[in-house]
Design a protein around this ligand. Sequence first.
Ligand SMILES: *Cc1c(COP(=O)(O)O)cnc(C)c1O
Length: 393
Amino acid sequence: MSKTDWIKQEIENLKTQGFYNRIRTIGSPQGAWLVVDGKKVLNFCSNNYLGLANHPKLVAAAKKAVDELGIGPAAVRSIAGTMSLHVELERRLAAFKGVEASITFQSGFTANLATIPALVGKEDVIFSDRLNHASIIDGCRLSGAKIIAYEHCDPASLEAAIKENLSQYRRALVVTDGVFSMDGDVAPLDKVYEVASRFDLLLMVDDAHGEGVLGKGGRGIVDHFGLHGKVDVEVGTLSKAFGVVGGVVAGSPVVVEWLRQRGRPFLFSSAVTVPDAAACIAALDILEASTELVDKLWDNAKYFKAEMKKLGFDTGLSTTPITPIMLGEAPLAQQFSRELFENGVFAMAIGYPTVPQGKARIRVMISAAHAKDDLDKGLEVFKKVGEKLGVIQ
Ligand SMILES: *Cc1c(COP(=O)(O)O)cnc(C)c1O
């Protein structure tokens, strides 16, 4: 027996249960079409909502910054790794989002790991939407606070949980995803705010799938609900609609200042590189200049969803460009995804345990990078595979 045999056994278990991740390799720039494992396919998988991941302006800004400032920050932010571009990016993000301050992180994931433990600890309680993202769950666990899950997108359940538990704790944090990535539904942030503010609780939203998507010109969920100045912490990512990599916390100056002092991934891990920061600033230039890409994203999403419904597909609860095609059992979703791929369309099957049993689906990610012809090609293949597998008539 070797001491790693148990790992081999666990991997075998994943394979027999159908949970083993086979990771595909992309051999082209991100865009409407990809070369995946050597085959050219229509891309319905990536979070590149606005097509910025390979935008010429971002590419040019990154190249120029590398020529001027090199690549790496060479130290953590608090020692010698805060470069002028990081400060400029934070100033520009705050202005874009209409808040007083922002702080950036290596990713949306680390933004959550930094923020939650800085705000609550062992004597405190967190009220967390049952379907929150893994990085929120991990941030909650790291904080040591008591975690109480309330029912998904249900302000009444949140209120009941607060009433029952609040008095036993020192402080409380309410935390929710903005857009939920598997169903494409949007948290009722106005109502969640109404409940949190009645009890005077800290409120945090992770708007990873709403940044660059929701609100005026992609300013996010707080803008979408007109809650400016009311949400204490708005987490976002620069790796989805922004097309680069990084995370951001936007909100009140005192929270941002506290995260500079106590956000552990900020203090103990280096920041994004020079080309990343420069490309993010170029993305902001594009978003501030025009709402064209965000409008195109929504036009594409509405068109695709309406046509899928006409074909007889069930697109679930989505009100955003995330479009689940509900299929039921996991083997059917996996077979559907394989048939799509054989017909030149790359779209992921998602099953248990990522979504509940019996709610397996294909998840289509719509982008402004798609031309109408691309969407029509996708619809044609969905029709063909849906008929073949008996999902539609
Ligand atoms: C994708 C996602 C993240 C992680 O963002 P990265 O920048 O890729 O680390 C965090 N939270 C939510 C809700 C997400 O959907």
